[in-house]
Design a protein around this ligand. Sequence first.
Ligand code: ATP
Length: 228
Amino acid sequence: MIVMKNVYKKYPNGVVAANGINIEIKRGEFVYVVGPSGAGKSTFIKMMYREEASTTGDIIINGINLATLRNKHIPYLRRQIGVVFQDFKLLPKLNVYENVAFALEVIEESPEEIREKVNDVLALVGLTQKARMFPNELSGGEQQRVSIARSIVNVPKVVIADEPTGNLDPETSWEIMRIFEQINARGTTIVMATHNREIVNTIRHRVIAVDGGLITRDEYGGEYGYEG
Ligand SMILES: Nc1ncnc2c1ncn2[C@@H]1O[C@H](COP(=O)(O)OP(=O)(O)OP(=O)(O)O)[C@@H](O)[C@H]1O
């Protein structure tokens, strides 16, 4: 489902952020990506949704080879992958419902389909009552719920999350994790970069540790194993 073969990434400034990564992530897995700041975690996951292209090596997502993917087909890839960010990235002028619906409208779904799908995901993240509110009227945890709803409304096979609890207090972080657990229980693959030791060591999943652009550890049910 996600395969990387000898993936190497050098940024234009000369920094090598991936230095020969080989990995296979199967459908339905939940994977944490951990490692010190600057280790290459974001680069690793940005390459999965083609925010960054690899310099050399193959990346295959759901059978799509990103090395040969033409730019005009990137939207097709993105529809198969939901992405959740630390800073939510909601559209401030759209309300909760519209932020989630937007992901569907751009691919020309019918109004009935949009309504049903958006209402379903808002119920899943517990925001039915706040559908008409705007991002600046919501707490950080609620904003992250909207962004998770947006990421899954297309029913992607993979959800990639880059530090999704990084801006949230501990209690809210656990609530957000419960939602990711639910999404994973429905069969969606989750790849999550995180600095949250408590979470990694409590809700056990596969742990991929990255350092210096290399995978230094890959264990099912592994420990966080880093300071900070
Ligand atoms: N767009 C870019 N241009 C140049 N260098 C970059 C770029 N993005 C990241 N880097 C460099 O690549 C290396 C890996 O960065 P990356 O953001 O992948 O690390 P990270 O493990 O996600 O770090 P953090 O935990 O601090 O978010 C760092 O040395 C960083 O400075």
